[in-house]
Design a protein around this ligand. Structure first.
Ligand code: YH5
Length: 285
């Protein structure tokens, strides 16, 4: 049985896991309802939203304090710590769920792990100074995501020789860098990084060819929820992208993605169940 050891919790990789997005950035306009008052982050509201996601069937919650949307400006380390750490601490104390921290900062990795986080999700694939070492020491699993460029400019004019080859080559290099730093393959998750330095065509090609990444034998995480590739195909604003997002989930589950990162947990859980039921048919006698 394939198992991912996330600190005190284990994830059974024969199942498809839904990871609920819990943004703790003041500018997360698309997430509905603000988690901030004039006084700052409202921890009770965050906890309430986390509980709802669990009740809806999420098995992982992804807590992020840095906006990595296209064009987003950098956040200071202190600001990121002030946003993320109290949330990790409170959820770890009150809920039974794997906590993922969406961070590129070594300090946030180290401190989140000490407070009970179970997974490191880094859109920069441990590329920051000190991140490989910090992540290695936590003993936690790490999601390595592909990005071309940086959030400030990545959508300006992304170009690839071949997006499938380039993403695969990058991730293979990072796997090797992780192994050298003492992070074994059993701890790694791969993610093609939808929307991170990619045109709509690049994103669609990646989604239609997830089997290529599956070949590495590592679990896959995909995050397409409400992203602009859906807006571009359907001509929908961000609050009208749920059906499009769900279609991408079915496509990813069919190709064996193990972790699906989404805003809309309840709807995604239904699509995952339905897709898995169809897939199970071929295994029956
Ligand atoms: C991801 O794909 N994405 S943050 C723009 C949007 C909607 C959503 C409205 N962290 C990923 O969710 N971590 C983010 O347009 C991630 N994989 C992993 N592993 C960006 C985001 C978003 C951006």
């Amino acid at each position: 049985m394939r198992i991912l050891n996330c600190g005190q919790y284990q994830l059974d990789l024969s199942k498809t896991h839904v990871m609920g997005i819990l943004n703790v950035t003041p500018d997360s306009f698309s997430d509905g309802g603000n988690l901030y008052s004039g006084e700052g982050l409202l921890l009770d509201k965050v906890l309430h939203r986390a509980e709802k996601m669990l009740a809806d069937g999420a098995t992982i919650l992804d807590i992020g304090g840095e906006s990595t949307r296209p064009g987003a400006v950098a956040v200071s380390l202190q600001e990121e710590m002030d946003r993320v750490l109290p949330v990790v601490e409170r959820i770890a104390a009150e809920l039974e769920v794997v906590i993922s921290v969406d961070t590129s900062s070594p300090e946030v990795m180290t401190q989140s792990a000490a407070l009970g986080a179970g997974l490191i999700n880094d859109v920069r694939a441990l590329g920051r100074e000190g991140a490989l070492k910090a992540a290695a020491a936590t003993q936690l699993p790490v999601c390595l995501m592909h990005m071309q460029g940086s959030p400030a400019t990545m959508q300006d004019r992304p170009v690839y020789e071949d997006v499938l080859d380039d993403v695969e080559d990058f991730l293979l290099q990072r796997i090797s860098d992780c192994e050298k730093a003492g992070i074994t393959k059993e701890r790694l998750i791969l993610d093609p990084g939808f929307g991170f330095g990619k045109t709509v065509e690049h994103n669609l090609r990646l989604l239609n060819n997830l089997q290529r990444l599956k070949k590495q034998g590592l679990p896959l995480l995909i995050g397409t929820s409400r992203k602009s590739m859906i807006g571009a195909v359907l001509g929908r604003e961000v609050d009208q992208r749920l059906p499009g997002s769900l279609a991408t989930v079915a496509v990813a589950v069919m190709q064996g993605a193990e972790i699906i990162r989404v805003h809309d947990v309840a709807e995604t859980v239904d699509v995952v169940k339905m897709t898995r039921a169809v897939m199970a048919e071929s295994q029956e006698v």
